[in-house]
Write a protein that binds this ligand. Structure first.
Ligand code: ZN
Length: 159
């Protein structure tokens, strides 16, 4: 989040400066900040995701760090991008419909305080169309399945 804050300082926006970065397994993929010189203005999330197309990623292992939680149109772009599983933010955008939309689309939304500690978490609670279970239950049942498979692995013989 400190990197996102540093990026926000690059913005020329008069009032709200926003920085964002896309991370995968600790590697920074893309960075951006909001730009008011364009028409319409470019939000930080769009500066990051604007040119990268979409990925239907089941793993959803990308994480987006943004200094202010997304607006509704950026939330739609985040969902359309398809590979983001978690959005971290520090400041709350007034329109919480965007956070709700992300959550119901299976994306975890986590608020970090200034020190980078989780202060609020919105767990996805969407129904998985394949199983009819809530996303969290699907994850849990997958974990249980893996535990079960682990037990099936024949232990190495001891000599
Ligand atoms: Zn936006």
């Amino acid at each position: 989040m400190s990197v996102a804050r540093a990026l926000a300082k690059l913005s020329d926006a008069a009032d709200l400066k926003v920085g964002a970065l896309l991370v995968n397994k600790g590697r920074v993929l893309l960075v951006g900040w909001n730009d008011e010189t364009t028409d319409p203005v470019t939000h930080a999330e769009i500066a990051v995701l604007g040119r990268v197309g979409s990925f239907a990623s089941a793993a959803r292992s990308d994480e987006l760090y943004v200094t202010t939680s997304p607006c509704l149109s950026c939330a739609k772009r985040i969902i359309e991008y398809g590979a983001i599983g978690r959005v971290y933010y520090q400041h709350e955008w007034w329109d919480k419909a965007a956070t709700d939309l992300l959550t119901t689309s299976g994306i975890e939304v986590v608020r970090l305080d200034k020190g980078g500690v989780e202060s609020h978490k919105t767990k996805p609670g969407t129904i998985d169309p394949m199983t009819g279970l809530e996303i969290d239950e699907v994850r849990l049942s997958a974990a249980a399945a893996y535990d079960f498979l682990d037990q099936l692995i024949v232990p190495k013989p001891k000599f």
